[in-house]
Write a protein that binds this ligand. Structure first.
Ligand SMILES: *Cc1c(COP(=O)(O)O)cnc(C)c1O
Length: 448
């Protein structure tokens, strides 16, 4: 058994050279937002361990991205590996229609336990975008079941990001999302100003009622057509890495109640401790009607997501004409992914993440301090385990990506934001190295 595993591993690791991998990659393989006509060469990876990404050419990079918010415990955590090995020998997958199993039910129980109050029912799915699709469908089916089918629009805020599928694209930021290009095929929803006040380092204003006026007006005037307000609580991720005041979220919750509109919180990026609270909603002490989680759910091991809702929403849906919630993916409740997610949540439930995030927060603040006065930099901001150096100009990826690799770190900026969200287990030394490398790269960027 051991021999077989190690032989197979050697075989995987040594089978293709970096050049051969790149050749096949260029021939056949799409990457996120990639082109076959002017391709950017990706870096072939050999393996990952802890906070290190080891490239095929032997270089080791300190990881600042946690593979897009997901690898919170670092790569290859022994507890997650053990859970995966154990589960794969028992049952890797079985259909969820008409069948159930321990990994799924214990996972749902744990999610309910740590989620904001009142979110009692869990729909497990395969990816973040699907979790948001499910949330949107829940909201629409709820109102259809209540005999209020005219509540068929979504309300959202600018600078949001909710996924790449069609229903989710339609609630991404209309300017930096894909609305322009897919104008003819996207559902038209309602947008209000991005949540205010933004919490930037230079700008720490208090919340007042004028900050939520555009949301309030929209709800007042159109609530009879609005099924739900969907937003990312406190931290807006891929739509601009904006942080905003918890009181905005608190008032948004009150306004949704006042105007009989459901609140969907998309915590796919912010969930599981990243912002310094278990969920970003906890900064405002609110519970949404529907909550989406994903990314860090399995600690970055595999794809899994979930949509939680209240008893009111669940009951409302099931009382309707259909009698059931109309959704059911093939790989729903995948036991292997659920087993790893259980192990990841067990690690989180020890509470150690709180010290880890506090350490990252102060390490980022210290490490980014020299960036504040650079002529290339517009703003530097940190919340929990998220650090952003916002530049005055968008980065030029083909030049900037290799610069980070040269410095020995994995940082993947987008637009004007050079940001990191390292694995929670990163050491102080590695974090200092990561920050210094970022500052060093930013210093070398052209000044306009
Ligand atoms: C990443 C993300 C999604 C989409 O998740 P995928 O797993 O990439 O489909 C949705 N919402 C937010 C806030 C995200 O950060």
């Amino acid at each position: 058994m051991t021999v077989l595993t190690s032989t197979r591993r050697d075989c995987i690791v040594t089978a293709l050279s970096a050049e051969q991998i790149l050749e096949l990659d260029q021939k056949h393989v799409w990457h996120p937002y990639s082109s076959f006509t002017s391709p950017l060469l990706p870096f072939p990876v050999d393996s990952t361990d802890g906070v290190r990404i080891k490239l095929k050419d032997g270089r080791e990079l300190i990881d600042g991205m946690a593979s897009w918010w997901s690898a919170v415990h670092g790569y290859g955590h022994p507890k997650l590996k053990e859970a995966a090995h154990k589960q794969i020998d028992t049952m890797s997958h079985v259909m969820f229609g008409g069948l159930t199993h321990e990994p799924a039910v214990t996972l749902c129980e744990k999610l309910v336990k740590i989620a904001p109050n009142g979110l009692n029912k869990v729909f497990i799915s395969d990816s973040g975008s699907v979790a948001v699709e499910v949330a949107i469908k829940m909201a629409f089916q709820y109102w259809i079941s209540q005999g209020q089918a005219s509540k068929n629009k979504l309300l959202t805020v600018k600078n949001g990001y909710h996924g790449d599928t069609f229903a989710t694209m339609a609630v991404c930021d209309p300017v930096n999302g894909m609305h322009h290009m897919f104008d003819q095929v996207l559902e038209k929803h309602m947008f209000v100003e991005a949540p205010q006040p933004a919490i930037h380092s230079q700008l720490k204003s208090e919340f007042n009622e004028s900050h939520i006026q555009s949301l309030k007006d929209q709800l007042e005037n159109h609530h009879q057509h609005i099924a739900a307000l969907i937003l990312e609580p406190i931290v807006q991720g891929a739509g601009g890495m904006r942080f905003y005041h918890p009181d905005y979220l608190k008032r948004a919750r009150e306004l949704c109640d006042e105007f009989n509109v459901l609140l969907i919180a998309d915590e796919i990026a912010t969930g599981f401790g990243r912002t310094g609270k278990m969920f970003a909603c906890d900064h405002a002490g609110i519970s949404p009607d529907i909550l989406c989680v994903g990314k860090a759910l399995t600690g970055g091991f595999m794809s899994l997501a979930a949509t939680l809702c209240t008893d009111k929403v669940a009951k409302g849906i099931c009382e309707g004409e259909a009698g059931v919630f109309m959704h059911g993916p093939t790989f729903m409740g995948n036991p292997l992914a659920c087993a790893v997610a259980n192990a990841s949540l067990d690690l989180l439930m020890t509470g150690e993440w709180q010290q880890q995030i506090a350490r990252i927060e102060s390490g980022l603040e210290k490490g980014f301090a020299p960036a504040k006065d650079l002529p290339q930099v517009a703003d530097v901001r940190v919340i929990g385990g998220v650090g952003v150096i916002e530049l005055k100009e968008p980065v030029h990826m083909p030049t900037v990506q290799p610069m980070f690799v040269e410095e020995g770190v994995w940082v993947r900026p987008f637009g004007k934001n050079v940001y990191v969200l390292p694995p929670y287990v990163i050491s102080e030394e590695d974090l200092a190295f990561l920050c210094a490398a970022m500052v060093s790269v930013v210093k070398k960027l052209p000044i306009n």
